[in-house]
Design a protein around this ligand. Structure first.
Ligand code: NAP
Length: 464
């Protein structure tokens, strides 16, 4: 407290404004219409927080800060330029760096404060160190799995949960011992080392498909460890920013689990995302019907109502601008075109909304899952563009399917289904999609961007 009372009032006001901006950022980010303001508010808040900290008279030497700034920029700038589809692993790396920083600061504080450290400070410092260390290795593992540097397959063995929870329990016992006896300094490295191992072991049994949920959980842990660091350093700004981060990460993880119809414990302990044994191979021999861009354009032009369902493939192909042209061409002909958005389409929450907003597709044409499902039975054509798992009817009907129970977009209720994808490859969950073998389904084989482009050209050609 004394540190805060003695603080320059200018710095205090800077921190207060930064805090307000962080809260506004989260509020504005919750709607596509204000999301850009949210990003600016967050950036400005962070600039003020860093600026205010740099003015602190407690800083005796700026040289190390300058080195840190240069190193951080060298790492940060390229990280900011990755493709949108790589944002989940990029985010995981950011969490890893944040957690590493928290752990290093906590370690420095432990040795600076020495055995005179108070019971309260040692408790929050232990929480900071444990959460920081496990988030560091856990996030690196998650990034590695998403980038496919590490095997995506869950690796499980007997007694795994017992071993993992045991590691966590030992870390907590060490923390309690250090709170009671801070002079037992030799225990401190174990309080870092064991959670570092736990972070790796925790991610090993979780499949690649669950990594985005894990990343948002890591977001929450990184936030909580930063909040704990705020108590150690007596910084209200850090406490508030960390708590906001911790809470929003947690809410997001819960929402994502719900959208995939999985319980939280199932994500963490369930070993989902396992590559399916080729039991579904039987389907591969089944015939599918395919159509050309010309035929597809004809069917779309004759339709009264079309719902476009975008997915990961649209994102990879960067086809959103072509999709906008298709929307324009069809709307001009009087076709009612809407978009059905699944909450976990793509590879991160809000992925489709961001892409469609980038292409200036009006927000009011975007239907969420429930709205779209209410409209499919009255829809002439459901046009699936690079989406797969989120349209898989096995989730409704096949109790043996790994995605059974996941809410999906009921595209198969539309009169005709057309699916743009390059071949018969499965999606993220690695499973076959019975949708493709239905009588009403036409496969439009090709890259999303070039196929949609061909359809737009056909529509323009036939117009004149
Ligand atoms: P998906 O099931 O992964 O399928 C994407 C499809 O796009 C693939 O089958 C692929 O087929 C096709 N594709 C790839 N590149 C293409 C291109 N250039 N042109 C055209 N098609 C292309 O995607 P989704 O339906 O969007 O489902 C998302 C999956 O991610 C779900 O399993 C979901 O649970 C999981 N997930 C998402 C989140 C999230 O936050 N969004 C979080 C956790 C998990 P071809 O190779 O044959 O072209």
């Amino acid at each position: 407290m004394t540190a805060l009372l003695g603080m320059n009032p200018f710095i205090q006001v800077t921190y207060l404004v930064a805090t307000a901006l962080f809260i506004l950022a989260l509020k504005w980010l919750s709607s596509p219409a204000t999301a850009r303001h949210g990003v600016w508010a967050g950036e400005l808040g962070m600039l003020l927080a860093v600026g205010g900290t740099l003015l602190d008279r407690g800083i005796v030497d700026y040289r190390f800060i300058a080195i840190g700034l240069v190193l951080g920029s060298i790492i940060g700038v390229p990280l900011g330029m990755v493709h949108m589809t790589a944002v989940p692993q990029r985010t995981a790396l950011s969490h890893a760096f944040g957690a590493l920083c928290v752990t290093l600061v906590g370690t420095a504080e432990f040795y600076l404060q020495g055995p005179a450290i108070s019971g309260f400070t040692m408790s929050v410092l232990s929480m900071e160190i444990i959460l920081g260390s496990l988030t560091f290795t856990g996030s690196l593992m998650a990034a590695g799995k998403l980038e496919e540097i590490l095997p995506q397959r869950p690796i499980t063995y007997k007694g795994q949960n017992f071993v993992n929870l045991g590691l966590l329990a030992i870390s907590i016992v060490i923390a309690v011992a250090l709170v009671l006896h801070p002079e037992m300094r030799y225990l401190f490295p174990f309080m870092i080392g064991i959670p570092l191992v736990f972070g790796v072991m925790m991610i090993v049994p979780i499949g690649g498909a669950d990594m985005p949920t894990v990343i948002s959980l890591m977001n929450s842990y990184a936030g909580l460890s930063a909040a704990a660091m705020g108590f150690v350093l007596d910084s209200k700004l850090l406490i508030i920013a960390g708590a906001l981060d911790g809470a929003s990460g947690f809410i997001l993880s819960v929402n994502m689990s719900k959208a995939m119809n999985r319980s939280f414990t199932n994500v963490l302990f369930g070993a989902f995302g396992e590559v399916q044994p080729k039991g579904s191979a039987a389907h591969e021999e089944l015939p599918v019907k395919s159509a050309s861009a010309e035929e597809a354009a004809g069917i779309l032009a004759a339709a009264g109502k079309v719902i476009i369902v975008p997915g990961y493939g649209m994102a990879v192909a960067q086809a959103q601008h072509k999709v906008r042209e298709l929307y324009d061409a069809l709307t001009k002909r009087g076709v009612d075109v809407k978009f059905g958005i699944h909450p976990v389409a793509g590879r991160m929450p809000g992925h489709m909304n961001v892409l469609l907003a980038e292409a200036d597709i009006p927000y009011d044409k975007l239907l969420d899952m429930d709205e779209a499902n209410a409209e499919f039975p009255q829809t002439d054509v459901a046009l699936v563009i690079g989406a797969n798992d989120v349209t898989n009817p096995a989730a409704r009907s096949d109790a043996g399917s790994p995605i059974f129970g996941m809410p999906i977009l009921d595209v198969d209720k539309a009169r005709t289904v057309m699916v743009v994808k390059r071949g018969m490859s499965p999606g993220f969950a690695g499973i076959d999609n019975p949708l493709y073998y239905l009588d009403k389904t036409l496969m439009l084989f090709g890259d999303a961007k070039s196929f949609v482009n061909d359809v737009v050209r056909e529509l323009a050609g036939s117009h004149h």
